[in-house]
Design a protein around this ligand. Structure first.
Ligand code: AMP
Length: 431
């Protein structure tokens, strides 16, 4: 009997896995260049940690279970809560800021579709300990640097600020809990429900119009700020929020990031976001177009720590790969076999092993282990696209091998002592 993999999960085949690792390494390199240090947390956490951050509603979207000791556990649906738990437990007294990065699998019980899986991967960072405009701008600049490094061209970076909406709601006497609920409704994008909720709050018509008006503020900076100033005229504390938001944008522009859109309709659901929020969309991905989400938040206190300003984001790693594929970006196969060593008879196997070991000091090299006739082994090399074969025959006893170029269909004798420099020249021409 054959077994299928669980719904919403994937197997990654050779080649595909090499491409994934290649992209992962590129992302890591950029994170590291900005001074971020890697951390890792367990694959499962106490269920309470997840609900403390995201509320009870999230349970429907979790893989959760009781272990044999009766503890309620859940596979992590994301990594911000685990990272902040780790911070509160281990790093609260470390010098600030802390720049942490992670790469890991996450699990969500969702309806699978293109770009939406039940096991997927996130790569992200948290910058803990500063609420300065440049700290907040840094995480956005980092997202931009990663996308540039990867060579993704068709994406849009949308930056918003939920502080503005929260302020308007607060000035109408609406408490934080209801504010958070409203943010959740905005995040879902259900306009009818939003109207209903606002009506239920019995806000004056003018206030409702201002709120809905803010959500419509999308576009280039100059134009959005101008419209926001007109819409919010006379509301000093809200305008102050807009000014601090602009300081982040100024810093971001100093980082060289200018190709962003302002979008005050971004709410990002969860309660703990404080001000700046952002999302990146790759429209070619269709419905599941969001490849990155982040913002500034205050979460440590939820896990029993001292409040600390934090900014961070998570890339949907799988969606980055889909976006690269859709754009036709060719990723190199970093695991490609460049050489294959074939013994030309059983008694030559020990020599072939020695030659293969020599080649492997520097290059990817396969050894013929099927005891096939030379012709069959060569047919295998051909089928696998291995470009160079080293045939080990009787002449190895005089320190010589035959080097065969499979594409040019040429071969020549090479002294084993010279093999290293000959292979180096070949490798140089086959990056
Ligand atoms: P979130 O933690 O919901 O803000 O998600 C961060 C990023 O993870 C999103 O922008 C997506 O790119 C990615 N993501 C979220 N859920 C899934 C999923 N079920 N499958 C694949 N990627 C996902």
């Amino acid at each position: 009997m054959k077994y299928s993999k669980p719904r919403g999960t994937r197997d990654f085949l050779p080649g595909e896995m090499a491409a994934r690792r290649y992209v992962e390494q590129m992302i890591r390199r950029v994170f590291i260049r900005f001074g971020y240090k890697e951390i890792a947390t367990p694959t499962f956490e106490h269920l309470e940690l997840i609900t403390a951050k995201s509320g009870e509603d999230i349970v429907a979207h979790l893989y959760h279970f009781k272990d044999k000791g009766g503890r309620d556990l859940a596979l992590r649906p994301e990594l911000t809560a685990p990272v902040m738990r780790l911070y509160v437990n281990e790093l609260q007294n470390s010098p600030k800021p802390l720049r942490l990065y992670y790469f890991g699998n996450c699990f969500r019980y969702e309806r699978p579709q293109a770009g939406r899986y039940r096991e997927f991967f996130q790569a992200g960072v948290e910058l803990i300990g500063s609420s300065s405009p440049e700290a907040q701008a840094e995480v956005i600049a980092l997202v931009n640097a990663v996308l540039e490094e990867l060579g993704i061209r068709e994406y849009e970076l949308h930056i918003g600020n939920i502080g503005i909406l929260r302020k308007i709601l607060a000035e109408n006497g609406i408490g934080e809990e209801v504010q958070a609920h409203i943010m959740g409704v905005i995040d879902k994008g259900d306009e009818a429900q939003l109207e209903e909720e606002l009506n239920r709050l019995e806000l004056p018509e003018e206030e409702k119009e201002v709120i809905l008006g803010v959500l419509e503020l999308k576009g280039r900076r100059g134009e959005v700020v101008e419209r926001a100033e007109a819409l919010l005229a006379g509301r000093e504390s809200v305008l102050k929020e807009l000014r601090s938001f602009e300081e982040i944008l100024d810093a971001l522009e100093s980082f060289g990031v200018k190709n962003y859109h302002l979008n005050l309709g971004i709410a990002r659901g969860l309660d703990y976001y404080t001000g700046m929020v952002f999302e990146v969309y790759a429209y070619k991905l269709g419905a599941e177009k969001q490849i990155c989400g982040g913002g500034s938040y205050s979460l440590a206190e939820v896990f029993g720590g001292k409040p600390v300003a934090t900014s961070g984001f998570a890339f949907g790693f799988d969606r980055l790969l889909l976006a690269l594929e859709k754009e036709g970006v060719k990723l190199p196969d970093t695991e490609r076999t460049l050489f294959m060593v074939i013994p030309m008879g059983r008694e030559l196997v020990p020599y072939a092993i020695e030659v293969a070991s020599l080649v492997r000091r520097s290059y990817v090299c396969e050894l013929e282990v099927m005891r096939r006739k030379v012709k069959k082994a060569l047919a295998y090399a051909d089928a696998k696209g291995i470009p160079y074969v080293i045939l080990v025959g009787e002449e190895i006893k005089e320190g010589k091998v035959l080097l065969k170029d499979m594409r040019a269909k040429e071969q020549r004798e090479v002294n084993v002592e010279e093999l290293e420099s000959v292979l180096a020249a070949i490798a140089k021409g086959n990056p």
